[in-house]
Design a protein around this ligand. Structure first.
Ligand SMILES: Nc1ncnc2c1ncn2[C@@H]1O[C@H](COP(=O)(O)OP(=O)(O)OP(=O)(O)O)[C@@H](O)[C@H]1O
Ligand SMILES: [Mg+2]
Length: 445
């Protein structure tokens, strides 16, 4: 797994040094930065496969840095480094695209396992990867698990629509398996020997989007030295997957609608209209109706899209799949341990947890548990505290920030046996603030 490029952004010199020395010994090429701005500056000049990003930085916070890393091609995988008490921020960062998080103080073996997993899954470092993804590697070797009636219904539909050329819109929260589903549709279609091209609409740069999608002729703009095919032409004969369709800029939406409706497009700088022979799949984790109401999505794009919608429900709505998915991830044995299984109690916790990051989060929890389990049997002790802490209050609705704060404070208080000074220290707030919050939420009532 050697040979990847890693950027560690952390203000603690010890951590930077540890990462640089140890990962360097493992054969990685490591750069470091001590602030968010310095990190972003390095990212603007070089391509990295993995970014290790501290949530608490002196200038920008990690979330802000993560947002600004967003529009990079190819995107680096980001692992957040969090302190105790930052779990909610870590979950938020995963929604924003971070791959995973690791809690300080961490073991080097833990960090190496995470990075190894990313490198193995991606096959080769991102900076060597092209936009086109090869269906015969990564995802599709993996088995798709869908045992519950809800999921069987969706995957049943896939077989029906795969053979047609109809445009498909896949909707669902982050991590529910939209990519997996799109690739399945492609794999089952008669176009499966032709390209599968992924366009991450959130990453299309405002200025270059049109030429990236449709290509350009020589001299179409300064810098256009050659004729160039766009992604649509790269996908000719195959399938083009527009991911995060809700993030497409307003400017581009009109031209995009025309392409969706007619499959016709023009290279930038050309008058000739070209016709594309592709199957289109769209995906979004946003509610498009809301986006249209907010004005970030054109209404006609919403209503005139002639598509079949496949809605993948959040994992908490089909908890019966948790045990099958968990077994699947255990048997995939990504960490190279012997055969492992879950204790009954551990499975109960996993089934009761609301999984805001859905299947992706479940996978990450299982992989971590496999690394940390003290025996071949994974027990509740081996699971992260935020997963085992929530059993008593199964939530199906998204929780407000206040609820999250309240739950978190409560669990820390429980952990410290009600010792407020200790709890305040762990939470990183002063005692007075904690005292106020305890009263606000009636935690001692
Ligand atoms: N039904 C499934 N069976 C096995 N693995 C799954 C299944 N659904 C999702 N996964 C795994 O969960 C992870 C997330 O899936 P995927 O990338 O498809 O989610 P997504 O809905 O596209 O998320 P996002 O909105 O963040 O892009 C992947 O590692 C994927 O392999
Ligand atoms: Mg996706």
């Amino acid at each position: 797994m050697a040979g990847g490029r890693i950027l560690a952004i952390d203000d603690e010199q010890n951590i930077r040094r540890l990462i640089r020395d140890e990962l360097g010994l493992e054969g990685f090429d490591v750069e470091t930065a001590s602030s968010g701005e310095e990190g972003l500056e390095k990212l603007s000049r070089q391509i990295f496969d993995v970014v290790l990003l501290d949530i608490k930085l002196p200038d920008l916070n990690g979330i802000e840095v993560l947002r600004r890393i967003g529009p990079k091609i190819p995107p680096p995988e980001v692992i957040m480094i969090t302190g105790y008490g930052d779990i909610q921020t870590a979950v938020q960062s995963m929604k924003l695209g971070a791959r995973d998080y690791i809690t300080k103080p961490f073991k080097l073996s833990e960090l190496l396992a995470l990075i190894g997993q990313i490198m193995d899954e991606n096959g080769k470092p991102a900076h060597l990867k092209s936009q086109r993804s090869d269906i015969h590697d990564e995802y599709d070797r993996g088995i798709v698990v869908f045992r519950s009636p809800k999921m069987q219904e969706i995957y049943g539909l896939v077989d029906k629509v795969a053979s047609t050329d109809v445009t498909i819109l896949i909707q669902g929260e982050t991590g529910v398996g939209k990519d997996v589903l799109a690739r399945r549709i492609y794999a089952r279609s008669s176009r499966n020997d032709k390209p599968f091209v992924v366009v991450d609409c959130g990453l299309l740069s405002e200025n270059l989007a049109e030429s990236e999608l449709y290509g350009h002729s020589k001299g179409a703009f300064s810098g256009a030295k050659q004729h160039k095919k766009g992604l649509v032409e790269e996908a000719e004969g195959g399938t083009i997957f527009f991911d995060e369709i809700g993030n497409i800029g307003l400017e581009l939406q009109k031209k995009f609608l025309r392409f969706l409706e007619t499959k016709k497009f023009r290279r930038l700088g050309e008058t000739r209209e070209r016709e594309s022979d592709t199957r289109i799949i769209l995906a979004t984790n946003m509610n498009l109706t809301d986006a249209a109401q907010r004005g970030t999505l054109r209404k006609d794009l919403l209503y005139r899209m002639d598509v079949i919608c496949l809605n993948i429900p959040p994992l908490r709505d089909h908890p019966e799949d948790v045990s099958h998915l968990a077994d699947h991830f255990l048997s995939a044995n990504v960490v190279g341990s012997g055969p492992m299984r879950l204790s009954r109690e551990a499975l109960d916790f996993l089934t009761a947890y609301p999984w805001p990051g859905n299947v992706r989060e479940l996978r990450s929890v299982i992989v971590k548990a496999m690394i940390f389990a003290k025996s071949q049997l994974i027990r509740p002790d081996d699971l992260p505290s935020h997963v085992v802490g929530k059993k008593k209050c199964v939530q199906s609705d998204p929780k407000s920030l206040e609820d999250l704060e309240k739950d978190h404070i409560m669990s820390v208080l429980e952990e410290t046996g009600g010792n407020q000074s200790k709890a305040a220290e762990i939470l990183g707030i002063n005692r007075k603030t904690l005292y106020k919050k305890i009263h606000k939420y009636h935690l001692l009532a």
